[in-house]
Design a protein around this ligand. Sequence first.
Ligand code: F0G
Length: 456
Amino acid sequence: MKTIIEPFRIKSVEPIRMTTAGERAVLLGRANHNLFALASEDVIIDLLTDSGTSAMSAQQWAAIMRGDESYAGSPSFARFEAAVRHLMPFRHIIPTHQGRAAEAILFHLIGAPGRKIPSNTHFDTTRGNIEATGAEAHDLVIPEGRDPQALHPFKGNMDLARLEAFLAEHGDAVPCVMITVTNNAGGGQPVSLENIRATAAIAHAHGKKFIIDGCRFAENAWFIKTREPGQRARSVTDIVRDMFADADGMTMSAKKDAFANIGGWLALNDDALAERARTRLIQTEGFPTYGGLAGRDLDAIAQGLSEIVDEDYLAYRIRTNAYIGERLQALGIPVVQPSGGHAVFVDARAWLAHIPPLAYPGQALACALYLHGGVRACEIGTVMFGRAPDGSETPAAMDLVRLAMPRRVYTQSHADYVVETFAEIAARKHTLRGYRITWEPAAMRHFTAHFAPLGA
Ligand code: F0G
């Protein structure tokens, strides 16, 4: 059969409240044109993030009931630890309440003023946790990874020549080399197994630890299976094990590729570093057999990890975004090529060329998606990155809008509805106007800033 169907039946549903365009105009005005300020009940299709928004399976809900809430030595922890180690054979697995908590602990231990941490591209919270220690975060993705239209099967790859040069020049200042799979900030683009191994080899040749941000590890493994020569016949589980075999540790948000609504972990092989991490964990998260989580969350993650490597699920998952990406392109809408694992990224600057970057074309498109279809997406551009710490404002490298797909939540007719919303906007895109910011906080303005449409 050529139709790739949702490989699940629906046993429990959440109603969607339908709204009219008139209602949405009022609601968006009340939210000061900031989509983060909307009540989620007022959104028809919510593509703000794929993080923590997965639908859990019947088996995960059953696992929730099995959860044991003992302070120390809970069997839920034993099941969680075994499930992680089945895929990622690290010596120490330290549960945290989400991914950024794992990053905060790691960089509290290995970050410091003057230190430099290279990666393909650091996610914002990783960068934030590195910079909070006074260290610097450096992004060394291959040049194709910065070009929205470049076609490359592994646009998340590390630029190995730049990494070599970076370590030759700054080696003494580097505590570890990181890689993010998939590369979220670069469009959800995968990293090849060959590139992961080569990055590990370079890090180790310079005596550095190699740490993987593994948030979307299963989606990355599916891309390896389907795109990397010689991998097609291998199981996703085997590929995942290979991805982590040369790593010295990982940070993880279980809100992505573990189908959980909360959770994460830090894994390490170094006994001394792990002991210091556990001490910090007790100070900031909790006892090492629960971290920042309830026992029931640990069980939901353990079960989720056994489901995420299912190849029928991954085929459907990756196809969903490719399908939306192809249909948007057929409408003449520029999208980051090829579609990523968890999201489709629309190039709003290219599509709404009549709106200059400092009038926020990504914000204009995100607001139009809500007004026309009740679809909530996320601006990743000048609103998010345009304000420098010195107060100056400059256009971000790109003005993108991310359509992030929650896992197992929406069906193909929801995807068709999103595409139809774009078609409606395409018919009147020249009438879309830019925005100005009428109020913003001192930092991370995209979450709370107030906007007004230009010319209103
Ligand atoms: N690393 C990557 C690559 C991420 O995408 C995220 C979160 C984190 C780390 C932090 O994990 O949220 O559990 O603390 N990304 C979400 C997103 C927020 O919408 O892309 P967390």
